[in-house]
Design a protein around this ligand. Sequence first.
Ligand code: HEM
Ligand code: HEM
Length: 159
Amino acid sequence: MRPVQGTSQFHPARGRAAAGSRTDGYSIGRKGCRVDRKFVLTAFGYAIIGLALGIYMAGSHNHKQMVTHAHIMLVGFVLSFIYGLCHKLWLDNTTSKLAVAQYYLHQAGSLALLFGLFLLYGGFVDPAAIDPILGIASIVVFAGVVLMKVLFKQSARRA
Ligand code: HEM
Ligand code: HEM
């Protein structure tokens, strides 16, 4: 029998088998493309890189990449982790186009921002050349926060 929305079989946070049969824009298939997991998995990727940089700074007594380390940990790890928690706890793991767009927007903005900071604070590029890229990346990260608010508002209207 086809499971009915709203029953425990359909709750995206439970049982992968039931999640595969949804067609209403919520948690999808067995391949595990759930937005909460995507965010948390990505967050730990940032944590590994950010902590490695922190350990390198501490070991080498060279703290010139402090700003890069701080933002990899905060914009990359902490913010991605918080977004993952939001999807798990409040947004029912929606895989609507807006949710997927928000995920990629945050990742694209963060990657550009963090790599740009690494190049800037490492002295690998002319600050004037990297400034516009950092500016655009910051606006993209900002847009990700705004979109998360929109997702929350949408989910409140559905509830
Ligand atoms: C293996 C663990 C870590 C190591 C070895 C490490 C190392 C460092 C070092 C050497 C600095 C520069 C301090 C200075 O020059 O004043 C720093 C700064 C900083 N770290 Fe870490 N860190 C670690 C974990 C973390 C974590 C987990 C976070 C956040 C989630 C974090 C966030 C920051 C921030 C925000 C700053 C800037 C602090 C300021 O503005 O004074 N770090 N870290
Ligand atoms: C659009 C994204 C962001 C931009 C463009 C940005 C920009 C900056 C800038 C220009 C500084 C001063 C760096 C310096 O001292 O030379 C700074 C410091 C700092 N920011 Fe951000 N920030 C962003 C997001 C965040 C977020 C989301 C957090 C926390 C969750 C955060 C936490 C901090 C902290 C703790 C410091 C002081 C540590 C340090 O000097 O490295 N930032 N940020």
